[in-house]
Design a protein around this ligand. Structure first.
Ligand SMILES: *Cc1c(COP(=O)(O)O)cnc(C)c1O
Length: 370
């Protein structure tokens, strides 16, 4: 018998499936990189803001030194923006890091974590990575069933993950409903509210989760610079919570988990409200175009409040992979979501107008009767 390394719960982990890189698709299908359209990872189609590029160029001269372990300047900027003390902020190597640190900081091996079916893949990974027990509640209309999640909280539950808007489905819970849920969660259970797409919310849907962090000592709000701020490649996210939570997060994080370029770029992007507005407007327009095309083609989709749309491309369980392959051959990369238990669906990131048009044209060619 060959030796098996590691704990059973680590061996049981299904690896995260990322969006295919442009270079890989170019090699695999013999395509020109410049003509490939990637709508697979919910990146900002505008790329990195110029303000951040300038900040990086400046910070690059000092890369011989370690980054500021405490992220003084970035935390100061975030503290001013959100009107919380810097001690309430934890920085992460992407918000993925925040989610992982939270799971390890608040949950022991064998204890349980509650999250919803069809919610972000990292919740399962973080749970499995520490040998935790996952309690997964069935989704309703592809979104979180908060009543079921509340009812599922067990004696040994220490953490609940909620994504709002959720990825990969784009579903949204309104502020009043969400706060009522948080108020009902037992105070010894940490609620990690993952708001990776909050900057894309329409004005009438916004709510103030930072105010809730002041009210509920068991709430940790997670945000990222990867999506609307356009800094996915730099890896920077943050959490806001009261010191009782933040203290533990800070003990567990790697001392230099956010690099110098990321800190500098995040400060610049945080101050670049024009870029955020442009990104949100572009996204809203792209959403209308994509969902208009889906309506025209008679395709079911889940209404989304993020920068992506989940669309059903067939009624058999090979549909997602089959259509995905045809799109790849035409140089369009989207995300099959069979690993989420959604094999008939594809998740499409909203791109630039020309990218959206290329995707729709490729999809139409793929679905046209032979
Ligand atoms: C993209 C995403 C994240 C993490 O992104 P980072 O790049 O690690 O900050 C977290 N939560 C959700 C729901 C996401 O979609």
């Amino acid at each position: 018998m060959t030796t098996q390394f590691g704990p059973t719960y680590v061996r049981a982990i299904a690896p995260y499936i990322a969006g295919k890189p442009i270079s890989e698709v170019a090699r695999q299908f013999g395509l020109d990189e410049a003509r490939i359209v990637k709508l697979a990872s919910n990146e900002n189609p505008l790329g990195m803001p110029e303000s951040a590029q300038r900040a990086i160029a400046q910070a690059a001269s000092d890369l011989g030194r370690y980054p500021d372990s405490n992220g003084f300047e970035l935390k100061a900027a975030l503290a001013a923006r959100y009107d919380v003390p810097p001690e309430w902020i934890t920085l992460g190597n992407g918000s993925n890091d925040i989610l992982e640190i939270a799971a390890h900081a608040f949950v022991e091996k064998g204890q349980s974590i509650v999250y919803s079916q069809y919610s972000f893949a990292v919740y399962a990974l973080a749970t499995q990575g520490l040998g935790g027990r996952a309690i997964v509640t069935p989704a309703v209309k592809h979104g979180h069933d908060l009543d079921a999640m509340l009812a599922a909280i067990a004696d040994d539950t220490r953490l609940v993950f909620v994504a709002n808007p959720n990825n990969p489905t784009g579903t949204f819970i309104d502020g009043a409903t969400l706060e009522a849920f948080i108020a009902k969660v037992p105070r010894d259970v940490v609620v990690v509210l993952d708001e990776a797409y909050t900057e894309y919310l329409a004005a009438d849907k916004r709510y103030d989760s930072i105010a809730w962090a002041r009210r509920y000592p068991n709430l940790l709000v997670s945000r990222t610079f990867s999506k609307a701020y356009g800094l996915a490649g730099l890896r920077v996210g943050f959490a806001i919570a009261q010191p009782a939570l933040t203290d533990l997060m800070n003990r567990l994080r790697q001392p230099f988990n956010v690099n110098s370029l990321a800190q500098a770029a995040a400060i610049a992007a945080l101050g670049d409200s024009a870029f955020l507005e442009k990104s949100a407007a572009l996204n809203a327009e792209g959403y209308r175009v994509l969902t208009g095309a889906f309506d025209r083609l008679g395709l079911e989709y889940v209404p989304s409040d993020g920068n992506f749309v989940l669309v059903r491309v067939g009624s058999d369980d090979d549909a997602g992979n089959r259509v995905n392959l045809e799109l790849l051959k035409q140089g369009v990369i989207v995300r099959p979501v069979g690993n989420y238990g959604l094999p008939q669906w594809l998740r499409v990131t909203i791109g630039l107008p020309e990218e959206n048009a290329a995707f729709v044209a490729a999809l139409e060619r793929t679905l046209a009767p032979a």
